[in-house]
Ligand binder design. Structure first.
Ligand code: TRP
Ligand code: ZN
Length: 869
């Protein structure tokens, strides 16, 4: 019998200065009510905060308020100015005698000088806030921790011409004018909330209004606030918001609770968006869309992020996190919820494929590298560094596994119980799992290891057949690799959806089974199997693991054409492609036949959704191939992949042409079917170009010029950007000039060039960094060039180390402006263990240079020092 209690209870050692999960103590003082008055000005904003505080329990502790980057101008207790306070580090310490007091502080802050984009800052003339995780302390003094819930009332005062719109959380109460051209607005949020959900916005904004009637018949006023010129680009987001509200009522029984719900789009934002109560603030890239400027991918991402932030109203706001170690409680669950929403809007199979591709591109490498951490981390230096693919996407997979094991009814009963029991509180991951257990009667003791053990489990699967006995035997063995601080792991619970198909007839030999692998190894026997069986395993990606099976190319090819689970078909094809590429990279003996045949069959299958076909025929990325190998040879991988692309392009030339022409003619529409056709068309164009066809550049340029939408235009531009034809520069210039005043599209222009497969991409990126439109001050722009380059495995890992040097230079410069965004871009340098001695020495040297930089932020220091290992 497995003993899991030890793994859960023993605190692992943690680095000096780090905050440990085991140090949690309830707050010494509570703050039932908070009154905030803002005298807003970009250069100098005066903030007066009045906190009603109550002693929590029997103790003599003073009141400790977090504050960063300001100094108290005045402190008053129960209306009287006091001077027995002191500042200790980043805390204001106020001795208090009684059980309840009113504590008032006054500070002055300078939003226009806030380049970190945390706290109150200016974005293109708009004043806005970002408080998660610890930004509120940069606005005023407060116990800035998620388990202190307070009712906020807020007064905003500002110049009426510059800031005609004044928004805050909750419902609007009143507004009026003052002399000297100033005006004011009062907002009240009746729901107690942690400080990280506080928000305000002041600016010259236009609104696209809508309304939603909830299931209990209340009308909610909706508003999407943007610059006046962008109002025509808000319809998709507003529609997505209404769809999300209806979906959460139908699927989770969750109804919205305030009279208004506002969303504001700003251009400078560290993340995608933020779920502030009743006042979501978004990176404009996740709001603004019209066919001419946004791709289908952008449209889908907008709907997903609007849904994600809206869903946080329950999974995050009504129920929040006790401490930041519980971050996945809200993020993993909310990602799971938004994935379900998106799956219901179009093809669920394609959505699952996209999500798994994302997990493999971002989370698997994290889990396999120096920054690996559990879904519930044990310690951190800087919490911003833990807004990771592990917390978000692996966290969502944990919820998905529980949903799979419980089944839909018990899972819904469990979420109902969770929402009901913890409403209005700050909860833990443990609380969530306990609800799953209680509602289902299932024991999840061992399953909890998923929260505490980092690393991606590997499952070896092999199927034997004794024809005479009519018996098939499946042997499964799991191994969880060591990760930093966790050398030894215990076996996890892996729910694996399994099915067997006949090798000759292709028919299903058994009904699908859910196998729970909860020991190191296990053997499962299937009787009545008279035909040689083929294994379909981890269908739907039921567990976030790596399957190592001994299936042959022939079996994978067969499953890619005949499995009845679309994800499993995709997966068989991916495995076949990976096996082919890894063999070609290591042995240099490319055998393309099996992949060519499988792709040909998929293209020829008229019953398939074109969106699925487009996903299925796409080769795994360079970096995903690299992730399969102990030693990454970026040039060899690139060459092997290009050779396979060329072979596919040439040998299936007619089929690519046919797929390219197949898309129905006619003007742009946004629908799942139309999106699928566009996607397949761009993929086909890519293969036509890869074949070396003489007319490929002309074809791409024609598509570029004729396009009536950004998807087709950018698809063509990507193909041209990878090549050397004259049309390349022409298209890039046309694109740039056409969209010179649209920052989001100019981001695409930078990104497309940074992702190019040309061998001079490194030089081009260095040149683009000197382009007048390039700036590190805008996170989207920084990511579009520096982030994209870091994701371009072959270009970034140039043998002379120029990519590493470039990235380190940019990160050091960016760290002075915006540490959070700098730290997010560091991980490509941490892959050094996987490269040859020359490259790893060059990468380490850059990491050391970063760590040695005077005045480095905690954010970048934590990521760089951990990456050195
Ligand atoms: N809670 C936000 C989300 O998941 C994440 C977020 C927005 C964030 N802005 C941030 C996290 C700034 C850290 C820092 O949608
Ligand atoms: Zn979130």
């Amino acid at each position: 019998m497995l003993d899991v209690s030890q793994a859960i209870a023993t605190p692992p050692p943690h680095a000096n200065g780090a905050i440990s999960r085991y140090d949690y103590r309830p707050p010494a003082w509570l703050v039932p009510d908070t009154r905030l008055v803002f005298d807003l000005d970009a250069a100098a904003t005066r903030v007066t905060a009045t906190l009603s505080v109550t002693r929590n329990g029997d103790h003599d502790e003073p009141l400790r308020l977090d504050g960063a980057g300001q100094a108290p101008l005045a402190v008053r207790v129960d209306g009287r100015t006091v001077d027995d306070w002191r500042v200790e580090g980043e805390q204001l310490v106020v001795p208090l005698a009684g059980a309840a007091h009113s504590v008032e502080t006054e500070v002055e802050i300078a939003p226009e000088r806030n380049t970190q984009l945390m706290g109150l800052y200016a974005s293109g003339g708009i004043l806005c806030t970002q408080c998660e995780a610890e930004g509120f302390r940069r606005i005023t003094y407060f116990p800035d921790r998620p388990d202190v819930l307070s009712r906020y009332s807020v007064r905003l005062v500002a110049d009426a011409a510059r800031y005609p719109i004044l928004l805050a959380n909750g419902d609007p109460v009143d507004a009026g004018t003052l002399d000297a051209g100033r005006h004011w607005a009062e907002w009240n949020d009746p729901y107690p909330k942690p400080s990280y959900l506080f928000a305000l916005v002041a600016g010259d904004l236009a609104v696209n209004r809508g309304s939603f009637v909830t299931q209990s018949g209340r009308t909610v006023e909706l508003g999407i606030w943007v610059r006046a010129g962008d109002i025509d680009k808000t319809h998709h987001a507003l529609h997505a918001l209404k769809t999300s509200m209806a979906w959460d009522e139908r699927v989770y029984g969750r109804e919205y609770d305030l009279d208004v719900f506002n969303i504001v789009a700003v251009d400078d934002f560290n993340f995608g968006a933020m779920e502030n109560k009743g006042l979501n603030i978004f990176n404009s890239r996740y709001i603004l869309a019209d066919p001419d400027t946004a791709t289908d991918y952008d449209y889908d991402a907008i709907a997903a992020v609007v849904a994600h932030e809206y869903f946080h109203n329950w999974s995050g706001n009504r129920i929040t996190c006790r401490d930041w170690f519980q971050l996945s409680l809200k993020e993993g669950f909310t990602v799971y919820r938004d994935q379900g929403f998106s799956a219901d809007q179009g093809s669920a199979a394609v959505k699952r494929i996209e999500d798994v591709r994302g997990l493999r591109a971002a989370q698997f490498p994290e889990d396999a590298g120096p920054l690996a951490h559990p879904v519930r981390p044990e310690s951190y230096l800087e919490i911003s560094n833990f807004y990771t693919a592990t917390i978000y996407n692996k966290g969502a997979e944990l919820i998905r596994m529980m949903a799979t094991m419980l089944g839909p009814q018990a899972f819904r009963a469990a979420t109902d119980l969770y929402f009901d029991r913890f409403d209005g509180t700050a909860a833990t991951c443990e609380d969530f799992v306990a609800c799953m257990e209680e509602a289902s009667g299932r024991d999840l003791a061992q399953f909890r290891l998923w929260y505490s053990q980092a690393g991606t489990p590997r499952v070896a699967a092999s199927l034997a057949h004794e024809a005479g006995e009519g018996r098939a035997t499946l042997r499964l063995a799991q191994h969880v690799p060591g990760t930093p601080g966790q050398p030894d792991k215990q076996p996890m619970v892996l729910p694996l959806r399994i099915k067997l198909f006949g090798a000759e007839t292709g028919r299903a030999l058994i009904d699908e089974q859910l196998v729970l692998l909860d020991r190191g190894s296990n053997t499962i026997v299937f009787d009545g199997i008279t035909e040689r069986p083929m294994l379909s395993i981890n269908r739907g990606f039921s567990s976030p693991v790596i399957i190592e099976s001994d299936r042959s190319a022939a079996e994978l090819g067969f499953l890619s054409a005949h499995d009845d689970d679309p994800f499993a078909r995709y997966e068989a094809m991916q495995q076949l492609m990976l096996d082919t590429l890894v063999a070609a990279t290591i042995e240099g003996t490319p055998d393309h036949d099996a992949v060519v045949t499988a792709v040909s069959n998929t293209l020829a299958d008229g019953t398939l959704d074109p969106a699925f076909v487009a996903e299925a025929v796409l080769l795994p990325s360079d970096s995903f191939v690299g992730d399969q190998m102990a030693m990454v040879d970026p040039d060899a991988i690139f060459a092997a992949r290009e050779a396979l692309r060329r072979a596919l392009g040439k040998r299936l030339a007619d089929q690519w042409r046919e797929a390219y022409e197949r898309a129905p003619a006619g003007p742009y529409v946004y629908s799942p079917a139309a999106k699928g056709h566009r996607r397949l068309r761009s993929v086909a164009l890519g293969y036509i170009a890869a074949s070396g066809a003489a007319d490929a550049a002309a074809l791409a340029f024609r598509q570029f010029e004729a396009a009536d939408n950004m998807t087709d235009r950018q698809g063509a531009l990507t193909t041209l950007a990878n090549g050397h034809a004259d049309e390349r520069e022409a298209a890039l210039d046309i694109f740039y000039n056409r969209y010179a005043d649209n920052g989001l599209v100019i981001d695409k222009w930078f990104q497309t060039q940074a992702l190019s497969s040309r061998d001079d991409t490194g030089r081009q990126v260095a040149e683009l960094a000197r382009h007048p439109d390039f700036t590190l001050a805008n996170p989207n722009r920084a990511r579009s060039l520096v982030g994209a380059y870091g994701a371009n495995q072959r270009a970034f890992n140039a043998a002379d180390g120029s990519g590493y040097r470039f990235l380190a230079d940019q990160l050091i410069a960016l760290d002075r402006l915006n540490p959070q965004t700098a730290a997010k871009l560091l991980p490509p340098l941490g892959r050094w263990r996987r490269f040859d001695a020359n490259r790893s020495a060059l990468m380490r040297a850059e990491l050391e240079r970063i760590v040695a930089t005077p005045g480095l932020s905690k954010d970048l220091f934590e990521q760089a020092s951990k990456s050195l290992g």
